[in-house]
Design a protein around this ligand. Structure first.
Ligand SMILES: [Zn+2]
Length: 282
């Protein structure tokens, strides 16, 4: 009996040892499997799609006024930007952009055409934040007042379009001095505060001058918007999407065609776009 028990014990020990060795041998495989799983997470279809989209963007063909496709031949990228919309002209601006197969960036405010915000997004342009009230005495009365206002327009854009954008443009630009009438040094504070909150601000380095007077002519807008620094590879053009005295649609076509003639690429502003910043003066 004792012999049988001892024999059984030896058998159990041997089997246990074999199982232990087998398990130990499996550990590297299990670890590899885990690692593989981790690697696979970073290769989800969504991420791959982003890469593909990026490639498509960089190799995107443009359309000239006759609908003929062309590939940009220079290193210039033009960012058409429209402030203060949406307006009754938003649709017409989007139609022109469609004609040329390009998008623009709309820095929006709260107004009576908020329902057009989703058209901006659905038709391939980018939506970004400008201001809810756009009233300088209010938004520039204190840093907190500005933050409250930008949060309100952020939430409105999110509600209207589903887009959670962090891209902003200060009314008057970061270089504005009008804000000093309401709060000294507020722009210095706002540049820091908004950055801490994760917002990214964009100024401009070219403009069509449509805000310069009552109603500016086509010639004037084209002349202003096509005057750019030849050393700049990124040209951010400020224009306005407002009911009256904003961008002239004929001028917009001429401006687009001018830059097409320069071999430029056109792009919307994203969080990764080069940030054109003015000198802060207040
Ligand atoms: Zn504005």
């Amino acid at each position: 009996m004792k012999v049988i028990t001892a024999h059984l014990n030896i058998k159990i020990i041997v089997i246990s040892a074999v199982l232990l060795i087998m398990f130990a041998a499996c550990i590297p495989t299990l670890v590899n499997y885990k690692l593989k799983q981790k690697t696979d997470v970073s290769e989800t279809p969504a991420n791959i799609k982003t890469e593909t989209t990026f490639e498509e963007t960089t190799e995107k063909t443009m359309k000239d006024k006759n609908g003929n496709e062309y590939i940009p031949s220079s290193n210039i990228t033009v960012y058409l930007t429209f402030d203060d919309g949406p307006s009754k002209n938003t649709n017409e601006i989007l139609n022109i952009l469609d004609t040329y197969g390009i998008g623009a960036t709309f820095f929006v405010i709260n107004g009576k055409y908020n329902s057009y915000m989703k058209d901006i997004v659905n038709r391939g342009s980018a939506i970004a934040l400008h201001s809810y009230s756009h009233k300088y005495p209010e938004i520039y009365s204190s840093p907190q007042a500005f933050i409250d206002d930008i949060c309100k327009i952020h939430d409105l854009v999110l509600e209207e379009t589903g887009v959670d954008t962090k891209i902003i443009r200060f009314p008057g630009g970061s270089s504005n001095t009008i804000s000093s009438k309401y709060c000294k040094n507020i722009m210095k504070d706002l540049v820091e505060e908004t950055e801490k909150m994760g917002y990214i601000y964009f100024d401009w380095n070219c403009e069509n001058g449509d805000a310069d007077g009552k109603e500016t002519s086509v010639e004037y807008q084209v002349k202003r918007a096509t005057k750019y620094n030849k050393n700049d590879e990124n040209i951010v053009i400020l224009m306005h999407d407002i009911d009256i005295c904003g961008v002239n649609t004929k001028a917009l076509k001429e401006i687009i065609e001018f830059y097409q003639g320069e071999g430029a690429n056109f792009s919307v502003i994203t969080e990764n776009s080069p940030q054109i910043h003015h000198k802060v003066n207040n």
